[in-house]
Write a new protein. Structure first.
Ligand code: SAM
Ligand code: SF4
Ligand code: SF4
Length: 309
C-alpha cells in the first residue's frame, strides 16, 4: 500500500526578519541548531513537479521555520506551483514585507489562502512578543490586501490570522477576535508552546491514538531533506532527500514505516519525539456557535478557530 500525503510543507527558506519570543528557530532560546538557508531552484522545482504529478488535491504550504517572503524567487515558486491545478497553495507570514505589490500579485495569481501571524491588538506588546515587528505596518499591509481582494471581487486568497496566546497578550484575545472577525475568513488563537518542552497542551484525551500526521503530512526542509513531521523542527529524523529519490518512495520508505508501525502498535513512547508530543490529538475537533456574538467556534487541541456565522 502506497500512502500519499494531503498536505506538504515546503520550507522555501528558514531565514527570518523577526525574532519572536516563542519561535523554536529564531527565538531567544535558539532551540533549533540545524543550518539556516534558502531552497535552491533544483529542489523546489523537483519537489513541486513531483507533488503535482500525484493527481490528487494537495495543500501545499510554502512556509516552514522561516519567513517565506524572504525567498528572492517566491513569486516564481508560487507561479510554478499554481500551474498544477490540483494543488491548493498558501502560507503563513509575519506580514512585515507584504506590501501593495505583493498583495496585487497574490490576488492576481489566485493564491488559495494566506495567514498573517499577529499577536494581539496593541503595538507596544506586539513588539515585545514579536521582536523587530511593527504592528502598524502589518495591519496596513493586511488592510491593503483585503481592499485589493474586495476590489477584484474575488474570494481568494482566503485570509486567516493566527495569534499566539503569550502571557503578555492573553487578555487581548477577545479584542483581537472582535477587531477582525468581520474582515477576515477565520481567526486562530493558538496555545503558546514553550520550546523546547513545546509539544504539550491542556485537554488531551488519555486514550492515545496513532498520529494522523504520519499518514497526512510531508515536510520538506529548505535543504531538500524530508523531516518526520512539522514537530521535527530540527530535522532530527530525516527520511531522505528530494533530489535523491521520488518523494513518495521516501515517504513510504523504511524510516517512516517504522514509526507508523510503532504508532499502530501503540508504542508511542518508543519514539523520543512522539513520547512528549500532543499533536496526535489535533484532529479531534469540537464545533459550537456563539449566536450572541455571531461566531462559529472550532476547538482543537492546539488552538481555537473563530469564523463569522
Ligand atoms: C514558525 S512561523 C513561520 C511563518 C512566519 N514566519 C510567521 O511567523 O507566520 C509559524 C507560526 O508559529 C507561530 N509560533 C511561533 N512560536 C510559537 C510558539 N512558541 N507557540 C505557538 N506558536 C508559535 C508563529 O506565530 C506563526 O504563526
Ligand atoms: S516571524 Fe515566524 S519564523 Fe520569524 S521569528 Fe516569528 S514565528 Fe519565527
Ligand atoms: S506524535 Fe508528534 S512527533 Fe510524533 S509524528 Fe505526531 S506530530 Fe510528529
Amino acid at each position: 500500500m502506497i500512502y500519499l500525503p494531503s498536505q506538504v510543507i515546503l520550507e522555501v527558506t528558514s531565514a527570518c526578519n523577526l525574532c519572536c519570543k516563542g519561535c523554536a528557530i529564531h527565538g531567544p532560546q535558539h532551540y533549533v541548531t540545524r543550518p539556516m538557508g534558502t531552497m535552491e531552484e533544483k529542489v523546489w522545482r523537483t519537489a513541486i513537479a513531483d507533488i503535482g504529478s500525484w493527481g490528487r488535491e494537495v495543500n501545499l504550504t510554502t512556509h516552514g521555520g522561516g519567513e517565506p517572503l524572504l525567498h528572492p524567487r517566491l513569486k516564481e515558486i508560487l507561479t510554478f506551483a499554481k500551474s498544477f491545478p490540483r494543488l491548493e497553495i498558501g502560507f503563513l507570514t509575519n506580514g512585515m514585507l507584504l506590501d501593495q505589490d505583493w498583495s496585487e500579485f497574490l490576488v492576481s495569481l489566485g493564491l488559495d489562502w494566506i495567514s498573517f501571524s499577529i499577536d494581539g491588538v496593541f503595538p507596544e506588546t506586539h513588539r515585545i512578543v514579536r521582536k523587530r515587528s511593527d504592528l502598524n505596518v502589518i495591519e496596513d499591509n493586511l488592510s491593503t490586501l483585503l481592499d485589493i481582494k474586495q476590489n477584484a471581487g474575488t474570494q481568494k486568497p482566503r485570509v486567516m490570522l493566527n495569534m499566539v496566546a503569550y502571557d503578555e497578550v492573553l487578555d487581548q484575545r477577545e479584542l483581537f477576535v472582535e477587531r477582525w472577525i468581520n474582515k477576515v475568513d477565520s481567526i486562530m488563537i493558538s496555545h503558546y508552546r514553550n520550546p523546547p518542552d513545546s509539544k504539550r497542551w491542556p485537554l488531551i484525551p488519555a486514550d492515545r491514538k496513532p498520529c494522523f500526521l504520519l499518514w497526512s503530512q510531508m515536510v520538506i526542509a529548505w535543504d531538500g531533506r524530508l523531516g518526520l513531521c512539522c514537530e521535527d523542527f530540527n530535522i532530527d529524523f530525516p527520511l531522505g532527500r528530494v533530489t535523491e529519490s521520488p518523494l513518495l518512495e521516501i515517504w513510504n520508505g523504511q524510516e517512516i514505516s517504522r514509526v507508523r508501525n510503532m504508532h499502530e502498535r501503540g508504542e508511542f513512547d518508543s519514539h523520543s519525539m512522539c513520547r512528549v508530543c500532543d499533536t496526535w490529538a489535533d484532529n479531534i475537533v469540537h464545533e459550537s456557535k456563539n449566536e450572541a456574538r455571531g461566531y462559529r467556534i472550532i476547538q482543537k487541541a492546539s488552538q481555537t478557530v473563530y469564523s463569522a456565522l
